[in-house]
Design a protein around this ligand. Structure first.
Ligand SMILES: NC(=O)c1ccc[n+]([C@@H]2O[C@H](COP(=O)([O-])OP(=O)(O)OC[C@H]3O[C@@H](n4cnc5c(N)ncnc54)[C@H](OP(=O)(O)O)[C@@H]3O)[C@@H](O)[C@H]2O)c1
Length: 305
């Protein structure tokens, strides 16, 4: 256990999965001890980490000086930012730049950055409002610019989004209403169970994957296939609906987020979420895994409906 792996987002889906996987991994658990970062080590999820024998350190991505304490002595770092807490691209980019700068100053040997594609660039400006993607891509470019040895981990569309997306009607049947055709295929990803599987493969294949984008999902399912799998697993009635874009946007709380989310769906329809070579690159990433990622069927089986 000569090396130190520091994990941001330790109390969340992605970071929590990384910690569980590394602790349970025969090789990585011997290679790395873990430092888990949270803003509040005293909360139950912080205490649960300490109970697993993990070092828990308090730090805030907004406070660069606290990141020096968090990252000091780390050989590898897994870093994720949570756009949805502030819904501000500026704040997310500031947090990511703090991680990049401190990692560069402290000579981190391997920064695994939870990234996403730059949708504005990918779409040649046709989809300029997907800020929770573009911000992470800007951070990604900054990490590379600073020369920090890095690998980008690029998560697909969370399966857990389906928990709220499958809307139960008064007659007890479910509707999945998305503003894209039923044939649009989504790269579905179980963040809470599978982030660690992909990050383990990145840590184990460091040399091969330096500067690479490692796409993370279990495979591709269309809206219709999602509904069909739901029906098969639960025995409940369900259908897919494609409301007109303006009607769909009206379901969301505010115009800015509605436009961002609409363009997020158009990214899936027009650019396969990940952009060029999406299928091929995802297949390559899955082939490097030691353990199969969770299928959509397994996800539906794991939830109460
Ligand atoms: N939903 C999707 O389909 C999807 C797909 C791809 C990517 N994503 C991205 O996934 C990200 C969220 O990751 P997740 O699901 O793992 O998040 P999560 O489960 O909501 O957890 C968020 C984590 O971030 C930490 N955090 C937030 N602000 C922080 C700060 N200022 N300083 C230090 N730590 C901070 C929290 O730690 P404490 O509260 O303990 O401090 C917590 O551990 C989002 O940015 C989203 O864009 C989502």
């Amino acid at each position: 256990m000569s090396k130190l792996l520091t994990v941001f987002g330790a109390t969340g889906n992605q970071g929590g999965s990384v910690i569980r996987t590394v602790l349970g991994h025969p090789q990585l658990s011997k290679q790395f001890r873990i430092r888990a970062i949270t803003r509040d080590p005293s909360k139950p999820s912080g205490k649960a980490l300490a109970d697993q024998g993990v070092e828990v350190v308090k730090a805030d991505l907004m406070d660069k000086s606290s990141l020096a304490t968090a990252i000091k002595g780390s050989n590898a770092v897994f870093a994720v930012t949570n756009f949805w807490e502030t819904m501000s691209k500026e704040t997310e980019v500031k947090q990511g730049r703090n991680i990049a700068e401190v990692s560069a100053e402290l000579n981190v040997e391997h920064l695994v950055w939870s990234s996403l594609p730059n949708v504005t660039t990918l779409s040649n400006g046709a989809l300029p409002n997907v800020e929770h993607f573009d911000g992470k891509a800007e951070i990604d470019a900054y990490i590379r610019e600073l020369g920090v040895p890095m690998t980008s981990f690029v998560p697909g569309f969370y399966m857990s989004n389906l928990k709220s997306a499958m809307q139960k009607g008064e007659d007890g049947s479910y509707t999945l209403a998305w503003p894209v055709p039923a044939s649009t295929k989504f790269p579905l990803f179980s963040a809470g169970t599978d982030t660690g599987k992909f990050v383990a493969s990145i840590l184990l294949h460091r040399e091969q994957l330096l500067n690479a984008n490692v796409l993370a999902a279990s495979g591709w399912w269309s809206g219709q296939e999602i509904v069909d799998t739901f029906k098969e697993v639960t025995g409940k009635k369900a259908q897919y609906a494609e409301p007109p874009a303006d009607v769909w946007k009206g379901f969301l709380p505010n115009e800015k987020i509605a436009q961002e989310m609409l363009e997020n769906f158009l990214l899936v329809r027009d650019y396969k979420y990940f952009g060029a070579n999406a299928e091929q690159n995802l297949t390559s990433a899955i082939e490097l895994l030691e353990e199969a990622p969770r299928s959509l069927k397994e996800y539906f089986e794991s939830e109460q409906w």
